[in-house]
Design a protein around this ligand. Structure first.
Ligand SMILES: CC(C)(COP(=O)(O)OP(=O)(O)OC[C@H]1O[C@@H](n2cnc3c(N)ncnc32)[C@H](O)[C@@H]1O)[C@@H](O)C(=O)NCCC(=O)NCCS
Ligand SMILES: Nc1ncnc2c1ncn2[C@@H]1O[C@H](COP(=O)(O)OP(=O)(O)OP(=O)(O)O)[C@@H](O)[C@H]1O
Length: 198
């Protein structure tokens, strides 16, 4: 039996680090952020739809989506964010389903979905793994590791569901306030439990 797992966590909680460890352990990881980039790559109908909605000023001189400009727009304006999500989310959903259908039977399939709570899809999974870190740790990682301003970091957090709402849908919580070694150990423990169901 295929075990379908939803993986989520607030921005900079360590979700990508966890999904990389799960992939090393043998899970098939389907990464919504990555797909969200692919569906608006240059020459795609997705990018055409974004330009039709927001105008050519959201393109770089090379004709790619100008991600920093788009981010500055949508994380300052919830209605613009909703319009962008209405274009991108159905495309991500469709592509994820195709990738899942191609996974081998008996696999642990992990859907890495930053907005799992927000899109209301938690009940579609056999397990929901939430990577958890306090807001202050999220902000510190964005400021120190990514060089963002505190304001940028806080505007992304404000666009996401509160930490409590993510914890409320979790079947497994992965606390990521300790070391990377501790994280690896906890992920291995969760993976062993999930793989045992397959
Ligand atoms: C606005 C965009 C162009 C900014 O791109 P950028 O390269 O700066 O960020 P990236 O896509 O790598 O996302 C990084 C993180 O931002 C957060 N984030 C992204 N989109 C959203 C959103 N709509 N709401 C809340 N948080 C978001 C997530 O934690 C995500 O992991 C991009 O985030 C986007 O297209 N967002 C809309 C699509 C979406 O909702 N993606 C999320 C997963 S499907
Ligand atoms: N336990 C930890 N100790 C120290 N640094 C960590 C730890 N976990 C993650 N990090 C670092 O924090 C940053 C954010 O981690 P990661 O990219 O995995 O987060 P994310 O939740 O996937 O972020 P995003 O939502 O932007 O995709 C990275 O630079 C990562 O190396």
């Amino acid at each position: 039996m295929t075990v379908r797992v939803g993986l989520t966590g607030g921005i900079a909680s360590g979700k990508s680090t966890v999904s990389a460890i799960l992939a090393e352990l043998g899970a098939v990881v389907i990464d919504a952020d990555l797909i969200a980039r692919e569906v608006v790559a240059r020459g795609t109908p997705g990018l055409d739809a974004v330009v039709a909605e927001f105008g050519p000023q959201v393109l770089t001189a090379d004709g790619d989506l100008d991600r920093p400009a788009m981010g500055a727009l949508v994380f300052a304006d919830p209605s613009a964010r909703k319009r962008l999500e209405a274009i991108i989310h159905p495309l991500v959903h469709r592509r994820s389903a195709e990738l899942e259908a191609a996974a081998a039977p008996g696999a642990v399939v992990v859907h890495d979905i930053p907005l799992l709570v927000e899109v209301g899809r938690a009940d579609q999974f056999d397990a929901v793994v939430v990577v958890d870190a306090p807001t202050e740790v999220q902000v510190r990682r964005m400021v120190e590791d990514r060089g963002w301003t505190r304001e940028d970091a806080e505007s992304r957090i404000a666009a996401q569901a509160p930490r409590e709402d993510r914890l409320a849908i979790a079947t497994h919580v992965i606390d990521n306030t300790g070391s990377l070694d501790a994280l690896r150990q906890r992920v291995a423990e969760v993976y062993a439990e999930l793989a045992g169901r397959a």
